[in-house]
Structure formats: C-alpha cells, structure tokens
Design a protein. Structure first.
Length: 479
C-alpha cells in the first residue's frame, strides 16, 4: 500500500509549491496571496525511487469550527489523520512565528511521524534561519527550497525509512517495484485536433482508465456540495461564501463499477467582473478542466438559472467537443416545477442549437435528490459521445438525405456530395467529401448535422462535420 504524506503549515509558506515539485506538475495554483489552497488535493509524488501519495492542504488557521477558516482547518486535520507522515513546513526567511508553534502542537498530538521542513532556505542566510526550527521540538529542521528544487535529497533520506517500514521492512528496491503500479492522477489529455493525414482510417481511442467528469458553473451554485453528495462524504470545503473553491480538485471515484475522475472546479464569472489575479488563475484552471474532461456537468441555481454567463460556459463546453449535461440544483426550493423546467428547456433549445437534445437534470445536492438519475445520464451521454457509425450506414443515409433535399447550385452547377465517413469519436466527427466543398452554405451544413443527430440518435453531444473537397481530373470546370 502506498505511503501517504500530508504537507501542512500556516498560510503562504510554500506548501503548494512543494506539492507541485513532488508530483512534477503544476496542478496546484501558486500565488503570493495567503490562503490560496482551501481543499485538500491529492497527487502521485516521485522522489528518487520512491512513489507515494502526497496531500496538499489549506494553510492551518486559528478559527472557530463554523467559520471558513475553521472549516479549512478541519480539512487539514482530516489530511493529517489519514497520512502516514506529516511534513510541517515553515518559512525559513520569516523564522518561527507563534502560529508555527501553535500548529507544531497540533501535529505532535496526531501521533504521526513529523518531518520539519524549513522552506525558502536558499543560500547561507536561509540555512542559518532554518536552525530556528529547533525551537519547535520536532527534531532537526530540513532546509529546502521547493521553488528551486534544493534539499530534495535530504527529504528522500527522511522519507525512505518510513516508506520501508510501511511496506513491512521491504528493501527500497522491492518497494519501488511495488509502488510503480500506482495509477497517475494527472488529467488525461483528449483534446481533438484536425490532422493532415488519412483521417478516415483513424480508429476509436481505447476506453480511458477513468471517465473524467468535470463539475462547472458560476460561483455559489452548489458545485462542491454536489460533489460531496455524490461521494457520500464531506470531501470538499463548502459554505455560504461565494468562491470557496479556487482550483480544480480531481478525486478518483467509482459509480456502479465505472471508474470516474470527479473534478470540482472554481466558479466562473464574466471576464468583466474578474479583477484579481487569483481569480484569473482559478478561471484558467477551470477552463483547463473543461478541455480535458469527457463529460461536463454545468450546475445552475434553479432559482436563477441560465443567465448569460451560464450560456457562455455551455458554449465553451460544446466548442471544446465535450459531452454536456445541465443540472438545475436546489430544485427542492422551486414551487412551480413544471413551468420552470419548460422555460429552461425552451431557452436551451433556443440558445444552444449546436448541441440539440442536451440532457437537463433536476437535482438537490443538499437532499441528494436526483443524483442516481444524473449519474445514469452521465454514462448514457458518455456512450453517445463515443458512438461510431459504420460507413455503409452513413452513405445510405447520405443518399436519402440528399435526395430529399439536394445541395444548392453554385455558379449554375449543383454541389456534388460523394461520400461520408466517421473519422473520430469523442465527439462524433465526420468527413464529408464533395465538389466545391468550401462553398457549401452554412444552412445546408446545419441541415446535415441535424439529420445526423436525429437519424443516428446523437442527442446532446457536439457533432463535427468536416468538409473535404474532391476534384474530378476530367471535369473541365475543375478549379
């Protein structure tokens, strides 16, 4: 079983920088603003021949339990409780503060091995300042610079004996072989790109280890509450304050045998309202989560649903080619439910014609109403997003649809549509070969896409229809 290491400390001592350094990716947002991290984040760390689970945590705060700071402290205490070893980080430049002393007592009470990290200990001055850590009574401070990667060898030396003990006194070499089988936690890239080669022979990609499900929406619509309800535990920080979540948190989960990577994201506001650097970073992190998701659930507040910003987010999801589901949260607070759902469906049909048939689910994260139907719909639309149609069926359809409504004339000659094939799934992508393909009107393109969606049962998923020009070398009017 993998070693689990929690990184804790007061705000702004470099915990997220150390987390990113250990997992060798920039997953956690790093900024000079104290308290950027609020939820605990997990990653697979690599240090020498050690592979272990590392937990980034919120800065330990002295707050009452019902305050935001108190709830952040509870998240950190949960990380300490489930870890095998705690890295208590302090700022070597600032020296030991009363808050460092307070939280040294907290980690000592947890009765877990503690490694004291003096971060930002670059150069001789930093090394000298690191010695102040002796006053905490947690052993010799380990000088380290997470930003520059200095001191990681000493950290390895401190962790390696604990890892060997965790594995039952196995040698480090045996431990390495065992831990290499741990699956990585980074997001799987699945962005579609139009290539230059023989796209008509591209095979469907293999099924991913995880269905990547991103939960997105405006601030304070209940995204983190929904994730907690799905998981059945208070895994993420929630509360009445808007904008609690600041960076995307990926959680590995399983629903009825399907492995799912559940991604909670920061709320997206209109660009004109975003003035702080930290919120811009959070927004960029959310947009990245959308780009690499398979299915995206756009959460709305049922009392104030489908505002302009909701539509902006929905269009971005569709443009990225992700499968989209709309979830109207807090549905238990709506009095006239029939009128509300009718209004919502009409607005979606009018505003998002490029993905007609988007599933609309009504849920209540607080009461856990509608969650099973939501997840069943996630699996259904994921299957649609992966659907492949045979070339024979496509060309029979093409003959019928062009006979019913022939392509228009261009310069007195009718555009000849010759052939269609599916070149990709995720989302369903088709190549249509035609003479004067670049002159086919948008209206006829939309007509073909609508017919594809209806005939082959592709509701709610984006459909890409790429025009390919075919030239007849014996045609006197060849361009």
């Amino acid at each position: 079983m993998s070693l689990t290491v929690a990184i804790v400390g007061r705000p702004n001592v470099g915990k997220s920088t150390l987390f990113n350094r250990l997992i060798r990716k920039r997953l956690a947002i790093v900024d000079d603003t104290p308290g950027v991290t609020r939820d605990r984040r997990y990653g697979e760390a690599h240090l020498g021949n050690l592979t272990f689970t590392v937990i980034d945590t919120a800065g330990l705060e002295e707050g009452i339990d019902d305050s935001l700071e108190g709830r952040m402290r509870q998240q950190t205490e949960a990380a300490i409780a489930e870890s095998d070893v705690t890295l208590l980080v302090f700022d070597a430049r600032a020296g030991i503060t009363p808050m460092d002393e307070h939280f040294a007592r907290i980690v000592r009470k947890a009765k877990r091995p503690v490694i004291l990290i003096a971060n930002k200990a670059e150069g001789r001055a930093g090394l000298a300042a690191a010695q102040e850590g002796f006053s905490l009574g947690l052993g010799t401070p380990l000088p380290l610079s997470a930003e520059h990667g200095e001191g990681l060898g000493d950290l390895y030396d401190a962790l390696e004996p604990i890892a060997v003990k965790k594995a039952g006194q196995k040698s480090a070499a045996h431990l390495d072989a065992e831990l290499e089988e741990v699956a990585p936690l980074d997001l799987e890239e699945d962005k579609w790109q139009e290539g230059d080669g023989d796209e008509d022979v591209v095979e469907a990609p293999p099924a991913p280890k995880h269905l990547q499900l991103a939960i997105v929406g405006r601030p304070n619509v209940g995204k983190s509450t929904l994730v907690n309800a799905l998981l059945g535990e208070n895994r993420l920080l929630t509360g009445p304050e808007a904008g609690i979540t600041r960076d995307s948190i990926a959680i590995d989960w399983s629903w009825k045998g399907q492995a799912i990577r559940l991604i909670d994201t920061a709320g997206l506001r209109r660009h004109s309202r975003v003035t702080e650097k930290l919120e811009r970073l959070s927004g960029a992190d959310t947009r990245r989560a959308i780009q690499y998701a398979h299915v995206v659930v756009l959460v709305l507040d049922a009392n104030d649903m489908l505002e302009k910003q909701d539509l902006t987010i929905a269009r971005q999801v569709v443009e990225e080619g992700r499968a989209l589901i709309i979830a109207a949260n807090k549905w238990d607070s709506i009095e006239d439910k029939n009128a509300a759902i009718k209004k919502l469906n009409e607005r979606i049909d009018w505003s998002l014609p490029q993905a007609k048939g988007i599933p609309v689910m009504t849920v209540s994260a607080m009461t856990e109403r509608g969650l099973d139907k939501l997840m069943a719909t996630v699996l259904d639309i994921y299957a649609t997003w992966n659907r492949r149609v045979s070339t024979a069926k496509l060309n029979r359809w093409l003959s019928e649809v062009t006979a019913m409504h022939p392509p228009p004339l261009v310069s007195g000659r009718r555009i000849k549509i010759r052939y269609i094939t599916q070149i990709k799934t995720r989302p369903p992508t088709f190549a249509l070969f035609a003479s004067k393909a670049d002159e086919l009107p948008d209206s006829y393109h939309r007509y073909l896409v609508k017919s594809l969606r209806d005939v082959f049962n592709l509701p709610g998923t984006p459909i890409r229809l790429i025009m390919r020009r075919t030239d007849n070398p014996y045609d006197s009017e060849r361009d």
